[in-house]
Write a protein that binds this ligand. Structure first.
Ligand SMILES: NC(=O)c1ccc[n+]([C@@H]2O[C@H](COP(=O)([O-])OP(=O)(O)OC[C@H]3O[C@@H](n4cnc5c(N)ncnc54)[C@H](O)[C@@H]3O)[C@@H](O)[C@H]2O)c1
Length: 353
């Protein structure tokens, strides 16, 4: 089989840009698509150039725009899509569910329609731990556990999983769906990282802005959860390990298809596969604060605030399947992730003001 051309939607920001580095360094032909709604274009493109020594093709455009996508697919002849573009703030999704239904679900339907039209049937999708039923399942969750959501963002991810399963069953798509929770950290070079526009919604960027005295304090959303220090427990993953999981998913699916294509016998394999991309690096909010204090070398100002409706006490999953099938294992520690994030943050302080 010939090398393939891969479209990365949402490729210009956090997870997409780290994934783009690995694919480009591995010699794959990629095109990045982004509508620039949540990125710093020039900074990311120049970092990508330094890291890969290439001008990775970038197209400005919106996954919602049918005609634009149609023309792009006509021109580029993609074989694969890695779909990151989405809105992802849980709190915002609770205050404006329709924004999320429209953005995440409608966009994906448009993309799937175009993929189907152009016979591009291979997709890697960013799902999330929020699709697990945290009340009914006993953690750590496995891929076959019950699914349910506590917020509209999670609902959009679950609906998208169902759509993709349909595509696999009825339109010959091959889909890998990666469920992950809290990517943190930055590229070890300090050139790429998480630098959200406005007030951060994820824990570590918020903590680091408090450490930098750009925000006065962080609110820990309640301390009466049934966990050892009474604050919520999550699984954290270094962004480079997460990007690596996308590369190994691609290579796994590519070789699976190659074996199928070259085999004289009919080989039946699942065409919709789900993997937990987790690390066993479970940490409570207070533990994360403490790690960050050690890395930055001073106390971080926090207060205990009201519980949020959508938070669950513990969201942790079992990543064994990813190790057995994809051969993927995380390599980096949480401390390294916080150090890399702090290094990136200090390199980019002007951007944050
Ligand atoms: N970061 C997390 O904590 C996390 C956890 C689990 C799953 N995910 C999922 O991973 C994916 C990527 O997350 P991220 O943290 O890199 O987000 P991000 O906001 O950093 O990056 C998303 C990129 O998509 C672009 N984009 C948004 N809407 C678009 C549209 N309509 N058309 C084209 N481009 C568009 C944005 O400009 C941005 O560059 C999302 O699907 C998210 O739901 C993220």
């Amino acid at each position: 089989m010939e090398p393939k051309k891969i479209l990365i939607t949402g490729g210009l920001w956090y997870i997409g840009s780290h994934t783009a580095v690995l694919f480009s360094q591995a010699g794959y032909d990629i095109v990045l698509l982004d509508n620039l709604s949540n990125t710093h274009k020039d900074e990311v493109l120049s970092s990508l150039k330094i890291l890969t020594n290439k001008d990775i093709p970038f197209v400005e455009g919106d996954v919602r725009d049918y005609d634009f996508l149609d023309q792009l697919f006509e021109k580029e002849q993609f074989d694969w899509v890695i779909h990151f573009a989405a809105k992802k703030a849980v709190g915002e999704s609770c205050s404006d569910p329709f924004l999320y239904y429209d953005n995440n679900i409608s966009w994906t339907i448009t993309l799937l329609e175009i993929m189907d039209k152009h016979n591009v049937k291979n997709l890697i999708f960013s799902s999330s731990a929020t699709v697990y039923d945290a009340e009914k399942n006993i953690p750590p969750f496995t891929e076959t556990d019950r699914l349910n959501t506590t917020n509209p963002y999670g609902t959009t991810k679950l609906v998208m999983e169902f759509l993709l399963k349909d595509m696999a069953q009825h339109r010959n798509f091959e889909v890998i769906c990666l469920r992950y929770f809290n990517p943190i950290g930055a590229h070890h070079s300090g050139l790429l990282g998480e630098n959200p526009k406005g007030i951060p919604t994820n824990l570590l960027p918020f903590i680091l802005r408090v450490a930098k005295k750009e925000i006065e304090k962080i609110t820990v959303f309640w301390d009466d959860y049934p966990t050892p220090d009474w604050t919520c427990i999550r699984d954290y993953i270094h962004i480079e390990d997460l990007a690596q999981a996308h590369l190994q998913s691609y290579e796994y699916l590519y070789h699976k298809k190659e074996i199928k294509a070259n085999s004289e016998e009919e080989i039946t394999t699942p065409s919709f596969e789900v993997f937990n991309i987790w690390t066993w690096n479970w940490k409570s909010v207070k533990e994360m604060l403490s790690i960050a204090e050690t890395v930055v070398g001073e106390p971080i100002n926090f207060e205990i605030g009201e519980r949020r409706d959508w938070d669950v006490a513990s969201s942790v999953a079992n990543p064994i399947k990813a190790k057995q099938v994809l051969g993927w294992e995380p390599k980096k520690t949480i401390v390294e992730a916080v150090e890399d994030a702090w290094n990136f943050y200090n390199n980019h302080k002007e951007e944050n003001k």
